[in-house]
Design a protein around this ligand. Structure first.
Ligand code: PHB
Length: 389
């Protein structure tokens, strides 16, 4: 009898513990952050991770009386890893949202899982136009290559640049950049004399740079994913192309703020179009850059960092509105958000779930002894041209 009472008490206690553990679990809202923390794209992971941590430190981690926990997983920019980790985060950790996605293939691999599980998926980095169409649960806070590429093509036309060569990384965002840049150049009466591509993994710029020299265009347009700009600039200079009268232009990925200061004088005068420069003049950005550098051993935020900072903002504000509920309620609360980002004004288009933002034309200049992308022109509220097909 005595033993049975003890056993009954134990069972009751265990049951109480189990209930309180599950209550406790429900008190935590989890967000899965899938990032390339190692490998060729590691600078993207480092930037986004730092930016998300900064946002949480500045704004607190409580929503609807519950603690928000961010679970960071390293996918090393391998789509198979991303897909597997996304499944684990949904099934085991019961995350309310997935976020990150350093390159297009990792975002594309995860989109069907977001659809099946009705889990919102916030793309903070990848920038191929079609990603938002791969799942109705995708929301994007980075940019699109068509957004950036059309603006620099317009600038080239205004500056009487007619004969160009394009050089892009040979995968989806590169194909977007090449197409939208080249189409606009041709529309404005210019000529694209060669279209060159380099592999995403271990690119070798030597053979393509020789072709650029042979074609002797007025300008070379380049898109390379964040992290490859410095190596490219070095070879561009080593081959004397900077002295051969060929203007280097591109999307801002090649003058990435994370690496720009190490690129040296070859980068001076390079004109690019992009949605973010660490040098952007606004009180919101000056505050962001100072806080980011302070928290990260003086590392300068780049466009990936700002995509992460704004992405976690969109999720946290969405969760506040949905009272901590994920799924379709969270998705609905993310659509249509308007806010002042360090990059300038931003809208999450409720129809396309893509980011509408200002695109700046910038030139690399020395400011206070450091290289910066100095903005000198702007196109306001640019929607992704890839959506108007
Ligand atoms: C992409 O894979 O979509 C991507 C990666 C890095 C960039 C831009 C686009 O800088």
């Amino acid at each position: 009898m005595q033993r049975r009472t003890t056993l009954a008490r134990f069972c009751a206690a265990a049951a109480t513990l189990a209930v309180s553990a599950s209550l406790h679990a429900q008190e935590t809202i989890k967000i899965g952050l899938l990032l390339p923390m190692t490998g060729q794209q590691a600078s993207t992971g480092r930037q986004i991770d730092a930016a998300v941590k900064l946002y949480m430190a500045q704004n607190g981690n409580m929503v609807a009386g519950k603690k928000v926990e961010i679970i960071v997983k390293d996918d090393a920019a391998e789509p198979n890893n991303t897909r597997r980790l996304a499944q684990e985060l949904i099934v085991n950790d019961k995350v309310v949202a997935l976020a990150g996605f350093g390159i297009t293939p990792t975002a594309m691999a995860t989109a069907p899982i977001a659809t099946q599980s009705k889990t919102p998926m916030v793309v903070m980095a990848a920038a191929t136009s079609a990603i938002t169409e791969a799942s109705p649960f995708v929301v994007r806070t980075s940019f699109t290559l068509p957004q950036a590429a059309v603006s620099i093509a317009e600038w080239a036309n205004q500056n009487k640049i007619k004969k160009v060569v394009t050089l892009v990384s040979d995968y989806a965002p590169g194909i977007d950049a090449e197409k939208y840049f080249a189409d606009r150049i041709v529309l404005n009466g210019g000529t694209v004399v060669d279209k060159l591509r380099t592999p995403l993994r271990a690119p070798d710029f030597a053979p393509v740079l020789q072709k650029v020299r042979d074609a002797s265009p007025e300008a070379l347009f380049v898109f390379l994913p964040s992290g490859q700009g410095a190596a490219f600039m070095k070879q561009f200079a080593e081959r004397g192309l900077d002295k051969a009268g060929i203007r280097l232009i591109g999307t801002g990925d090649i003058t990435d703020d994370d690496q720009l200061n190490d690129m040296g004088d070859v980068a001076l005068g390079v004109v690019t179009s992009h949605h973010y420069s660490a040098n952007h003049k606004s009180p919101a950005n000056e505050k962001f850059v100072a806080a980011f550098k302070k928290a990260n051993n003086n590392m300068r935020p780049n466009f990936m960092g700002v995509g992460g900072y704004d992405g976690i903002r969109v999720i946290m504000e969405g969760l506040k509105a949905s009272k901590g509920v994920g799924g379709e309620a969270l998705l609905a609360a993310m659509k249509g958000q308007i806010f002042e980002s360090p990059r300038g004004p931003v809208l999450i288009d409720a129809q396309t779930r893509d980011v509408v933002q200002d695109i700046y034309i910038r030139k690399v200049e020395k400011v206070g002894g450091e290289l910066h992308n100095v903005e000198f022109d702007v196109q306001k509220a640019v929607k992704d041209p890839g959506k108007s097909k």
